[in-house]
Write a protein of this length. Structure first.
Length: 121
């Protein structure tokens, strides 16, 4: 990480390559590109795994549950209103936050030079 490197949140939100800082981390909405188009860094060598999804289950679940309970207690809408509100909110939060969480984990792995588990010599 250089002195001019953006902070972690900025880099993750924009999908910046951790090596060259070009916006090239994602190939799709939440799919990593195989390599950086600018510097050639191999993104497939990083193991992001299910970590971001596990955190999002708890974070999005808590946000949606608290929101649904609050709406129910404040307005007492019919059940179909909850479906119209919370299904799109949940989908948007999951996709938006999953992209940021995956990028954050990959950038942290790169900056910390993390590798698969191995014993120190």
């Amino acid at each position: 990480m250089t002195a001019s490197s953006p902070n972690l949140l900025t880099a993750a939100l924009l999908g910046r390559c951790p090596a060259c800082e070009q916006v090239s981390l994602f190939d799709g909405t939440i799919t990593f590109a195989p390599t950086c188009g600018a510097c050639g860094l191999d993104f497939t060598s990083f193991n992001v795994g299910d970590g971001p999804a596990a955190f999002l289950i708890m974070i999005v679940g808590a946000i949606v549950t608290i929101g649904a309970v609050w709406v129910q207690l404040a307005f007492e809408p019919p059940f179909w209103v909850h479906i119209l509100i919370w299904l799109p909110v949940t989908a948007a939060l999951v996709v938006g936050l999953l992209r940021v969480a995956k990028a954050t984990l990959l950038i942290v792995e790169y900056r910390r030079n993390a590798h698969e588990g191995r014993k120190a010599d």
